[in-house]
Write a protein that binds this ligand. Sequence first.
Ligand SMILES: [Zn+2]
Length: 143
Amino acid sequence: MIPLDARTSRTMSRVRSTGTTPETRVGQALRAIGLRYRKHVRALPGTPDFANRTQGWAVLVHGCFWHRHGCKRTTTPVHNAEHWAAKFARNQARDARVEAALAAAGLKVITIWECETRDAAALQARLAGELARTPPRSDMGGR
Ligand SMILES: [Zn+2]
C-alpha cells in the first residue's frame, strides 16, 4: 500500500463531499447496470470512491477542476498562480500513484470525470462496457 499524506487525503475528501452530485450519479449508474459496490473503500490505496474487490474493479470519480481533466471546466485561477500550479501538480501526482497502486493490487481502474456524469445513459453505457464484461468465469477455482 502507498502511504498518502494525511493532509492531502483530508483535503480531497472535503472537496469531494462538497460536490457530491458526480459521485451520486456514478453510484446510481452502477446500480442501474446491476453492479454492487462499496463506497470509499479505505482498505484500498487512495480510498477509491467505488470498488468491488470480489469482481476486481475500482471506480474513481474526479472533479474536472481539481484533477485537471483538460475539458472546459478545467479553469486555472489567475491569482496565486504558483500556489495553484503546485496544488494541481500534487493532485495529479497523487492520482497517478493511486491508480498505479490499485492496478498493482490487481484491480481494473476506471476514472470517471465529473463532466462525464451529466449524461446518465452514456455513463451507464461506459461503465457497463468497462466493467460488466470483466467478471471471471472460466477460471473459477483455477488454483
Ligand atoms: Zn471534464
